[in-house]
Structures are given as C-alpha cells and as structure tokens.
Design a protein around this ligand. Structure first.
Ligand SMILES: Cc1cc2nc3c(=O)[nH]c(=O)nc-3n(C[C@H](O)[C@H](O)[C@H](O)COP(=O)(O)OP(=O)(O)OC[C@H]3O[C@@H](n4cnc5c(N)ncnc54)[C@H](O)[C@@H]3O)c2cc1C
Length: 364
C-alpha cells in the first residue's frame, strides 16, 4: 500500500548545483516558499572540492573569468569571497606522443583565469547560508513530473517503484542538465517529440571528463622555473595546471585525464600512471603527492548519461531547449547552465539561467 503523503509547496527547485542553489537563494531573498530536491547526498552538483587541511581541491570547475563573466564576478564580491589569479609564471612542458618531454614558453590565459580562495565550493556554501536548512532535501532523486489540474506532481524515488516522497507544486524549476532530465525523468503528459529530442541532443558540458588533483608540501616545479602548465599527447593526463592554494601550502598540480571515458576503468593502474607521468613532466618529487584526488564525471549517474561518454570536441552553442525557457503554460521552467541564453556550460551560464527562471516565475 502506498502511504506517501503529498507535500504541497509553491515552488519546487530540482537540482542543488550552482544554478539550483542560486535560484533558492534568490527565492529566499524574496521570502517565497520553496523546496529544493537534490538526488545526491551532497550539494554542489558539478562543483566538488574534497578538503585537505582546509583547502578545497576543485575536481569540477576551478576558474571564472571576471572580465567576461560579470554575474560570477559580482556574486564573488557580494558573498565576500576572494578570487586569485591562476598561477602561470614560468616555463611550460609539452609531452609528445612518444613520451619525450620538452620545455616550452609559458603563456598567460586570455582573458585571465581566476580561482576562488577555499575552492569553488565556497560559492555554494556561502549561498546556502542564505537558505533555510530544511528547504534543501538531499537524497531526493526526482523520477516523475506530472501536470495535473491542481498543480505539478513531482515524484521522488526510482522509476516504477513506490515513491519515497511526492510533492504538489504550483511551479517547478528544473536546475539540472536537459539531457539528464529527458533521459531520467518521466513526464506526463509526454513532452513534445521535438523538445525531448532537443533536450537529449544538448550535451552536458564536461560530463565526459575526469580530473585529478595532486597535492604537495612545496611548489618544487615553481622553484625549477616551471609554471605547472603542461600539455601531453602521451597520456594519461592531457592538460595540467598549477592548482595551489592562495598564498600558502598545500601546493598542487591539477588537470584533465586525456583518455576517453571507456578506457578509464582501471583506477589503481590509472593512479600509478598519473604519478609516473607527473614525474616525467615535473621531476621525481611529483611522483609522491601527499594526496591524490581523482573524479570521473562520466561515471556519475546524476551528471552524465551514456550519450556523454565520448569527449566533446568543441564548446556547444547552448540555448534553451527548442528555444523554450518554460513549458506547460509557464509552470515548469528550465534553469541549469546548458539552458542559458549566454555563457552556457559555464558557471556564469548556471547563474544566468537561474536568474531567468526566477524572474519568469509567476508571483503568487
Ligand atoms: C571537470 C569540470 C571542469 C569544469 N570547469 C569549469 C570552469 O573552470 N569554469 C566554469 O565556469 N565551468 C566549468 N565547468 C562547468 C560547471 O561546473 C557548470 O557550468 C556548473 O557547475 C553547472 O551547474 P548547474 O547547477 O547548471 O548543473 P549541475 O552542477 O550539474 O547541477 C545539477 C544538480 O542536479 C542534481 N540532479 C540530477 N538529477 C537529479 C534528479 N533526478 N533529481 C534531483 N536532482 C538531480 C545533480 O545531482 C546536481 O546536483 C566544469 C565542469 C566540470 C565537470
């Protein structure tokens, strides 16, 4: 027997990544009633920063670009967070397919890349301080969204099983990638084919990537005149940058695994290969980090689908799916960075899409 009671709420936000949390903070500012449902047992979505001695290691996004991402720059200021320039002084390394390593001229990012003191998670944690704790429900994977005459019924749990929880909302904000939404949530009535297809065809930015973070007590590469920047055609790592704390230890090297998701299935061997490659590029001290963190986003079922496994060759031109920023007479709104009108894929896009959704909600 199904004993779940249906919880009535004005606005329901689905997804506690930056977009969903920002939307929640905007609704809290307006004293509006809402609940935010998050499938994982943590907030942040693609923002993920395991801690080491108080330093958050960005295994998702590391950078923002204040010159071209004004919403992010403003938010960092408003939240009293501090940004710092990506360290880029010194020579870079380039590794050929054969494994041979060359020292190359370093170059500065243009526009300048900035990191956040404490890691990108600081952004989400600060925003959360503006939101009442019990409005965020972790471990709440949404599996069904149904249009009814008295509102939008949202079901939490696993498809075809008894629901864990049910909500009846007047409005819903979908703050998760549209491809994931179309692939994992059942809509009743069916979404129009062209919209469902557009959602499935919207690649989730960086969902096929894997990132590592190696921490050290000293920045030995800087002492050798190296910036920490490296590019490799040899692998397993493809791109490396300095990922050090603001002014003090820990110091770090971080970056992306270059091999496709399907080949990244032997993690212990991969960890060993990462250490060996770091040593080839930066010297023997690089082989023994105090901590090595690794995150494979392609294996995260609340980020990536089977369609996201092949690596993306270029940054997609994101926009709301099929040009629609809302469906069902403005009762269900798209947020999430992949639905942004501008800067989609980036943190900036996540904020802008959330802002649009909140502005378009019907007032009570
Ligand atoms: C490795 C990597 C590096 C990146 N580097 C940068 C960078 O340097 N700069 C930059 O600007 N951007 C970067 N990005 C992109 C950036 O991370 C995203 O733009 C941003 O985090 C997206 O936020 P979002 O809230 O739109 O989506 P997400 O963070 O994906 O949030 C969606 C949330 O929905 C939840 N969810 C999923 N399914 C359900 C469900 N059924 N029910 C309830 N909840 C659900 C998820 O668990 C998640 O918490 C990077 C991304 C990755 C992975």
């Amino acid at each position: 027997m199904n004993t779940t009671t249906i919880q009535r709420i004005d606005t329901l936000i689905i997804g506690a990544g930056l977009s969903g949390i920002y939307a929640a903070s905007r609704l809290a500012e307006q004293n509006r009633s809402f609940v935010l449902l998050e499938a994982r047992n943590r907030i942040g979505g693609r923002i993920l920063c395991p801690q080491y001695e108080g330093y958050g290691c960005d295994l998702g996004p590391s950078w923002y670009w204040p010159e071209i991402h004004p919403t992010m720059a403003r938010l960092v200021d408003t939240l009293n967070l501090k940004g710092y320039r990506q360290f880029e002084n010194g020579f870079g390394r380039y590794q050929q397919h054969s494994g041979a390593v060359h020292t190359i001229r370093g170059y500065g990012s243009e526009p300048a890349s900035w990191r956040i003191v404490g890691g990108m998670m600081a952004l989400v944690t600060r925003l959360c301080e503006r939101v009442l704790r019990d409005t965020i429900r972790l471990n709440h994977p949404v599996c069904g969204i149904e249009r009814r005459s008295d509102g939008i019924r949202v079901t939490v749990g696993e498809l075809e099983k008894a629901p864990w929880a049910e909500f009846l909302a007047q409005q819903v904000v979908l703050a998760l990638p549209p491809r994931l939404t179309a692939a994992t949530i059942l809509f009743t009535p069916d979404l129009p084919d062209h919209l469902a297809q557009a959602m499935l065809k919207t690649s989730t930015w960086m969902a096929g990537q894997a990132k590592f973070y190696a921490l050290y007590e000293t920045p030995f590469w800087r002492d050798a005149g190296l910036s920490g920047q490296a590019f490799s055609e040899h692998g397993p790592l493809g791109e490396i940058h300095d990922g050090s704390n603001h002014v003090t230890a820990p110091y770090g090297l971080t970056g992306f695994v270059g091999m496709p998701a399907a080949q990244r299935n032997q993690q212990p061997c991969l960890n060993q290969a990462i250490r060996e490659q770091l040593a080839d590029l930066f010297g023997w001290a690089a082989a023994t980090p105090t901590r090595l963190f690794y995150q494979d986003w392609a294996r995260e079922s609340f980020t990536a689908t089977a369609y996201d496994q092949p690596p993306l060759r270029a940054h997609p031109d994101y926009r709301p799916p099929a040009g629609q920023s809302a469906i069902w007479d403005g009762r269900v709104h798209f947020a999430g960075t992949e639905t942004a009108d501008q800067h989609g894929g980036y943190l900036e896009g996540a904020l802008r899409a959330a802002e649009r959704a909140i502005n378009n909600l019907q007032s009570k």
